[in-house]
Design a protein around this ligand. Structure first.
Ligand SMILES: [Zn+2]
Length: 366
C-alpha cells in the first residue's frame, strides 16, 4: 500500500524500503512494466534501478501532478510529493491527479496525490509532505533523495532547490510552464550550468503566473513529459547518460516557436556553482508574509500548532467554518482563510499583507 502514514513520520528508513520495493515489484507483477522494459535505454536492469530510486517532486500543482503521475506509473520506487497547498476547483483544468471530490473536500494536494497514485500503483511508496519547502526544512524534506524534480510555480523555491542541489552535488530538473509556453533544464552536478548560471536573478517574464497569464494544460504535460523522460535517463544511467539533454529548452505550443540554448558548461563566476555562495539556502531576507497567487497572502507561521476542533468553536460566531484532518477553512466576507495544523495560513481576498496579518492576529493569534 502507498504509505499515507508517512506524512507525519521522519523520512526513514530508506534503503531498506527501496530494496524491498525492487523485490516486491519484480516478483509480484512481471507484466506491469513489460512495455517500458522493451525500451533499449531501460531494459530489466534499468527497471530495477527505477524501483530502487528515490525521487522528490517539489510542488504538486499542474506540472508536479503530471510528473508524479508519469513517474509513479513508470515504477519509481519511492516518490516524495511535497506541496503546501490544497485542491480547488480552478485546479481541475490541468492538475491531473485531482478530482472534483478532492476540491470539494479541500484536500491538501500532497495527500490527494498520494491517494490517487495508490489507486493505480499500490506497489510503490509515496511519501506525501504537506509543507512549504523553505531553508529551515529543506534538509529534512529532501533527506535521502536521489533526484529532485521542480513542480513549483515560483523562482524563490527554485533558487532554494538549486542552492541545495548544487551544494550536495545532487541532480535536479527545472520545469516551468505558463500560458502556452514551456521551459525545462537539467542541472547535472559538476557538468552543466545551474539555474543561477542561466538566470542570476528571477527572470521578469516568467514571474507572470498562471493566475495572470493563464495556462494550457498541454504546455504543462509537454514540459512534464520531457522532464520525466530526462529523469528516467538520469536514474538508469546517471550523469553519464548518453542522451541526457544539456540545453535550456523552450517551446511555445501555440506559436510552435522553440529554442535550445546550450547549458553544457557552467558560467564562470556563477554565485551558486562557481563561488558556492548559497544565499537562498541561508534564507537571507526571506519574508514571513508573501503574496501567493492573484489575490492571496500567505503567512508562514509554523510554530503555532492549531487544534481544529477548538478553533472551529472559536471562529463559529464570526463566520462559516469547515475543517478536516488537514485544513480548516474560515469564510468571513470578503475574506477566506485556510489554516494548516502548524499555524500556516493562506488568506484570500486581499493582496495587502497588513490586512492579512491583522486578520490572522484577530482570529488566530498574534
Ligand atoms: Zn551555476
Amino acid at each position: 500500500m502507498t504509505s499515507l502514514a508517512q506524512e507525519t513520520q521522519p523520512a526513514q528508513p530508506r534503503r531498506v524500503h527501496s530494496e524491498e520495493n525492487v523485490a516486491k515489484q519484480s516478483a509480484a507483477e512481471p507484466d506491469r512494466y513489460s512495455r517500458q522494459v522493451l525500451i533499449p535505454g531501460i531494459g530489466a536492469v534499468g527497471q530495477r534501478k527505477l524501483a530502487a530510486a528515490r525521487v522528490a517532486v517539489v510542488g504538486c500543482g499542474a506540472t508536479g501532478s503530471a510528473l508524479a503521475g508519469l513517474l509513479a506509473r513508470a515504477g519509481i520506487g519511492t516518490l516524495r510529493v511535497i506541496d503546501r497547498d490544497y485542491v480547488e476547483p480552478s485546479n481541475l483544468q490541468r492538475q491531473s491527479l485531482f478530482d472534483e471530490k478532492d476540491a470539494a473536500d479541500s484536500l491538501p494536494k500532497a495527500i490527494a496525490a498520494a491517494r490517487k497514485i495508490a489507486a493505480f500503483n499500490s506497489k510503490i511508496v509515496v511519501e506525501p509532505k504537506v509543507d512549504d519547502l523553505i531553508p529551515g526544512n529543506i534538509e529534512a524534506l529532501l533527506e535521502g533523495i536521489d533526484l529532485i524534480l521542480d513542480g513549483t510555480d515560483n523562482f524563490e523555491t527554485r533558487y532554494l532547490i538549486n542552492d541545495y542541489a548544487v551544494n550536495l552535488s545532487l541532480p535536479w530538473i527545472y520545469s516551468g510552464a505558463v500560458g502556452s509556453y514551456a521551459l525545462t533544464l537539467n542541472v547535472i552536478p559538476a557538468q552543466t550550468a545551474c539555474l543561477a548560471c542561466i538566470f542570476p536573478d528571477s527572470p521578469r517574464g516568467m514571474v507572470e503566473t498562471c493566475e495572470t497569464s493563464g495556462i494550457l494544460n498541454s504546455a504543462v504535460n509537454l514540459v512534464a513529459s520531457i522532464a520525466a523522460t530526462e529523469a528516467l535517463k538520469l536514474l538508469v544511467d546517471g550523469a553519464a547518460a548518453t542522451h541526457l539533454r544539456r540545453t535550456l529548452l523552450s517551446f511555445d505550443l501555440w506559436t510552435n516557436e522553440h529554442a535550445e540554448i546550450s547549458t553544457a558548461k557552467p558560467r564562470p563566476g556563477c554565485r551558486a556553482c562557481g563561488e558556492r555562495d548559497f544565499v537562498h539556502l541561508a534564507g537571507e531576507g526571506r519574508p514571513h508574509i508573501t503574496l501567493c497567487g492573484r489575490n492571496s497572502v500567505q503567512i508562514h507561521e509554523r510554530q503555532r500548532p492549531i487544534d481544529f476542533a477548538e478553533m472551529d468553536l472559536r471562529l463559529q460566531p464570526h463566520g462559516v467554518v469547515r475543517y478536516n484532518d488537514f485544513v480548516l477553512k474560515f469564510w468571513r466576507d470578503p475574506y477566506e482563510m485556510t489554516l494548516f495544523p502548524d499555524g500556516r495560513a493562506i488568506i484570500k481576498g486581499t493582496t495587502d499583507t497588513a490586512v492579512a496579518r491583522s486578520l490572522y492576529a484577530r482570529y488566530v493569534g498574534s
